[in-house]
Ligand binder design. Structure first.
Ligand SMILES: [Mg+2]
Length: 351
C-alpha cells in the first residue's frame, strides 16, 4: 500500500492512540498551532489516547509535558516519548551486567538513561561499553573527544537522532546529526540512531502507551511520515508545519502519508479514499489528473492547471492530485514526475 487510504469513520474512532509530532503539529515556536489544542481535546474526549513523540533529546519528558500544558494541552510525562527515551530503551534492551554508558548530551538524555537503571560513567577512562549521544547546546570539543576515545576503544555508538540541522530563531544551526558526524569523522564508525525517521521511537511510543492501533501524526515527510512507513504504522500528514501540499504531491514512496489533512481537525474527520475513473483520480467532489509534468484539476468552470491557473487546492483536491501524481511517478519509475520547481501550493479550508 503506497497510496492514500480512506476511512469510513473519523480517524479518532478507528485508531486508539495518536503518536503526535510536536513542532509544526501542536506548536510552532512559542505558540500553539491553530485548532490543535481543541482538536486534541476532542480526540481525547472520544477515547483516543495521545503520545507526543519528539526527536528532541535535550528536554525531559516532564519539561515537554509542562510546555504542552502551558499551551492548553494538559499533558503528563507518561504521554511523552523523546528520542533520548528511545535510545535508553534500546540500550537497556541489549544491556547486561557489564554495560556502562557514557552520556554525551543534556539533562533529558541523562535522565532517560538513569530511568532505565543503566550504569553511567563520566569518562572514556572508565571503559564505557556504549556511548549515547544527544543534542545539548553545552556540548564542547572535550565531550566529543571523550566519545571518540571510548568508541575507538570498542564502545558502541548510539545517537538519539541524526537531524543535521536545528531550527532556531536566527536560522538553522548544527543539530545532533552534525555533532555526531564530527565524532564519526574521527572514529570512522557509523552509529545507530533511534529517532525519526527510524522506526524505533514510534515502536517505543506505541509500546509505552499500550496502543493496539496507533496513528502517527506529523508535518515532515522525511522524518515523521518516513518513520511511520518504517514502523509500518499509518501516518497522517498535516499541513501546519514544514511540508505543504507541494511536497506531498512530490513525495517519494517511502515518505508518503496514508492520510492527509489541513490541520489536527483531520482526526475528527472521515477521510474519503481517492479512486480512479476514466483517466481521472477523484476524491469526494474533487478530480485531478497528470498531464505531462502538470497537475490538472477538474472544476466547475472547466479544467485548471495547478501553478498556472490556480495555486490553491482544498484537501480533497490535494488527495486526488497526490493519488494521480504518485501513480504517474511510480509508473514512470521516477521519484516524481512533477518538476522540482513546482509552484508553491496552498491548501484552503473546505469550510
Ligand atoms: Mg515537526
Amino acid at each position: 500500500m503506497t497510496g492514500l487510504s480512506g476511512s469510513t469513520a473519523p480517524l479518532q474512532d478507528i485508531f486508539d492512540c495518536a503518536l503526535l509530532d510536536l513542532d509544526g503539529v501542536v506548536y510552532v515556536g512559542a505558540d500553539a498551532v491553530e485548532h490543535a489544542p481543541a482538536a486534541i481535546q476532542v480526540a481525547r474526549a472520544g477515547g483516543m489516547r495521545t503520545v507526543f513523540v519528539t526527536n528532541n533529546a535535550a528536554r525531559t519528558a516532564q519539561t515537554v509535558a509542562d510546555h504542552l500544558t502551558d499551551l492548553g494541552v494538559p499533558t503528563g510525562p507518561e504521554e511523552v516519548t523523546t528520542a533520548a527515551m528511545a535510545a535508553a530503551a534500546l540500550i537497556s534492551a541489549e544491556a547486561d551486567e557489564h554495560t556502562r554508558v557514557l552520556v554525551i548530551g543534556g539533562t533529558g538524555l541523562r535522565q532517560a538513561i538513569t530511568d532505565e537503571g543503566l550504569h553511567l560513567v563520566e569518562s572514556a577512562t572508565q571503559s564505557p561499553t556504549v556511548v549515547v549521544q544527544g543534542f545539548t547546546p553545552e556540548i564542547a570539543w572535550h565531550d566529543l573527544a571523550e566519545a571518540a576515545y571510548a568508541i575507538a576503544a570498542g564502545a558502541q555508538h548510539v545517537a538519539s537522532n541524526l537531524d543535521a540541522s536545528l531550527p532556531t530563531e536566527r536560522g538553522f544551526a548544527p543539530g545532533n546529526g552534525a555533532l555526531v558526524a564530527a565524532v564519526v569523522a574521527a572514529t570512522g564508525k557509523q552509529p545507530r540512531s533511534t529517532g525519526k525517521p527510524g522506526p524505533e521511537i514510534f515502536h517505543q511510543a506505541a509500546r509505552a502507551s499500550g496502543a493496539q492501533r496507533p496513528l502517527v501524526v506529523g508535518d515532515r515527510l522525511d522524518t515523521d511520515l518516513a518513520g511511520a512507513r518504517a514502523a509500518q504504522i499509518p501516518g497522517l500528514h498535516v499541513c501546519t508545519g514544514v511540508d505543504g501540499p507541494t511536497q506531498v504531491l512530490r513525495a517519494v514512496v517511502a515518505h508518503r502519508p496514508a492520510f492527509l489533512g489541513l490541520d489536527l481537525r483531520a482526526l475528527a474527520q472521515v477521510h474519503p479514499e481517492p479512486t480512479r475513473a476514466e483517466g481521472w483520480w477523484t476524491c469526494a467532489g474533487a478530480a485531478a489528473r497528470i498531464k505531462g509534468e502538470a497537475v490538472v484539476l477538474r472544476r466547475d468552470g472547466g479544467d485548471v492547471r495547478l501553478g498556472e491557473q490556480t495555486n490553491e487546492m482544498d484537501v480533497d483536491e490535494v488527495r486526488a492530485a497526490a493519488a494521480a501524481a504518485w501513480e504517474a511517478s511510480d509508473a514512470a519509475g521516477v521519484d516524481s514526475v512533477l518538476p522540482v520547481d513546482l509552484p508553491h501550493v496552498r491548501m484552503v479550508d473546505q469550510g
